[in-house]
Design a protein around this ligand. Structure first.
Ligand SMILES: [Zn+2]
Length: 514
């Protein structure tokens, strides 16, 4: 297989509060993809960051009575610190308020769109929801309130810079229909196409410096205006690569990359599938190739959101249950389509069933059998009888995983890997190695050879499982590989790979913020 260079990003979260489990979902999904492609041999750059310049951050700091800088720094640090507990293999983090690459890149992006004739200034009145950082038209509101935040938007009247989105409608539609800009799942793609076909209105890309409380990047040549948060925030995907500061790196990871993949939640679909590609087209840059859109998490039936007051701290969850259990729940239980409901009980049930009782039990049974009956891990001369279903599961897992990850279906991908463990446990019960060992002791040499073949097959299954689990559970993968030892080496003793969990504070109740 030819290797292809892949640039992979998460969205950059607002830092008006500490991270919640919804952020962890996107980070862990992106990490599993990054690890999967690296394992395949592809050069990957896995990029994250924080959106520091949002007006929401300013308002949160004012409400808390701290400086915007202090609030943004504290929360951005909490986001960055998630890489440890979640075992994220992030290559780079950009912070839009302090990274020297960002401001020069955004200014360059602005100038490129201006030179293309796509920016103009005009008077504007609109209904603005600060929670969304977006303008609404009357028909988009639910009984006069923001459908997302349940509060009435503010009427804002001012001079703003506008982006000529209308000019790019045909190109965007063509790119999406031709699959050069792939949007998964298909329902989201259709939603975007319908939005484009309904006609694209130009959108505001600046706001008055006064309304922005002086926070953000000033419009080049117009200090009374600050660049609107979305133009600024979306720009991070190229400024982090050196747009405006490091052309060689930009060309390696954006212009010359085979795939430019953005992961995002359904709430920011329009910004990523319409506004962002239009800005890139205007600036003469290639568009993203893939948008993988996930739905949202709820906590015990309630919408998970910082502003809604319902949150689960992913770092606390990992402290209670461990990295493997949290990653496994996020990847294995959250469906491709539809919101998923989190509870500590569900996380614990999933981890106990599939990690402790499933994979952990398998590995400890296999090495228990090997150490009971053999001094060394036997080398197989042939495939053991009755192992077809197990071998099928092992053979098909890589292909199923590849296809599932291509469309962002992490549940199907992990199911394929989990099937290996389930089939292997079933195979042990069916092949009953302990009876063969008994027959061998009674002088039956064929039974001894069958036992060798079964044990060899089971050990190689554990080794295979360790390898195929790596993108999803990197820590557990390492422990299983260590338990397997070198091929043909001494048998390892059975060991506990996953603790049995019981529900406790953080996850079970779904911590509610004050
Ligand atoms: Zn809103």
């Amino acid at each position: 297989m030819n290797s292809c260079r892949i640039y992979l990003t998460t969205t950059i979260p607002y830092v008006n509060a500490a991270p919640h489990l919804g952020h962890a979902l996107e980070f862990v999904q992106a990490d599993a993809l990054a690890r999967h492609y690296r394992r395949r041999g592809d050069p990957v750059r896995f990029q994250t960051g924080t959106d520091d310049n949002s007006l929401k951050n300013v308002l949160a700091a004012n409400a808390a009575g701290v400086s915007v800088r202090d609030l943004v720094d504290a929360n951005a640090t909490a986001f960055e610190a998630l890489a440890g507990p979640l075992s994220l293999s992030v290559d780079d983090v950009i912070r839009t308020s302090s990274d020297p690459r960002h401001r020069v890149g955004v200014e360059r992006l602005w100038q490129a769109c201006a030179e293309a004739g796509d920016l103009y200034r005009r008077h504007y009145e609109g209904l603005y929801c600060v929670g969304c950082e977006a303008f609404y038209i009357e028909s988009e509101l639910d009984d006069g309130v923001c459908p997302d935040h349940g509060v009435p938007p503010q009427l804002v009247a001012e001079e703003n810079w506008f982006f000529r989105l209308s000019r790019h409608a045909d190109r965007l539609g063509d790119e999406i229909k031709a699959g050069r800009l792939r949007i998964e799942p298909a329902g989201r793609r259709n939603e975007v196409l319908a939005f484009i076909e309904a006609g694209l209105a130009d959108f505001s890309v600046s706001r008055s410096t006064a309304r922005a409380h002086g926070w953000g990047i000033p419009v080049p040549g117009d200090p009374d205006q600050v660049i609107y948060v979305w133009f600024d925030a979306l720009g991070n995907y190229v400024t982090a690569l050196g747009y405006g500061s490091d052309e060689a790196n930009l060309s390696r990871w954006w212009t010359g990359a085979s795939r430019r993949i953005h992961l995002l939640g359904k709430g920011v679909l329009r910004f990523h599938a319409v506004y962002w590609p239009a800005i890139l087209a205007s600036a003469g840059l290639p568009l993203p190739t893939d948008l993988l859109v996930h739905d949202h998490l709820t906590v015990e039936g309630r919408k998970i959101s910082k502003s809604g007051g319902v949150t689960v701290d992913p770092a606390a969850l990992v402290a209670d249950y461990g990295t493997d259990a949290v990653r496994w729940w996020l990847l294995r239980e959250v469906p491709r389509i539809g919101d998923a409901d989190f509870s500590g009980e569900r996380l614990v049930a999933r981890a106990n069933d599939e990690l402790a009782n499933g994979i952990g039990n398998l590995v400890s049974r296999v090495f228990g059998l090997v150490s009971r009956y053999r001094d060394r891990v036997p080398v197989a001369e042939r495939l053991p009888p009755g192992s077809d279903a197990l071998l099928d599961a092992r053979r098909s897992a890589p292909e199923v995983t590849e296809a599932a990850l291509a469309v962002g279906d992490f549940r199907r991908a992990t199911a394929a890997v989990w099937t290996i463990a389930a089939e292997a446990n079933r195979y042990i019960s069916q092949s009953r190695p302990w009876l063969l060992a008994e027959a061998e002791r009674g002088g039956n040499q064929q039974a001894g050879r069958d036992l060798d073949a079964i044990l060899a097959c089971l050990v190689s299954t554990c080794r295979d499982l360790a390898s195929q689990l790596e993108p999803f559970l990197p820590d557990a993968s390492e422990r299983i590989a260590a338990a397997c030892g070198a091929p043909g080496g001494p048998a390892q003793g059975a060991q506990q790979l996953f603790p049995r969990l019981t529900p406790c504070g953080t996850g079970a109740a779904g911590k509610t913020a004050p």
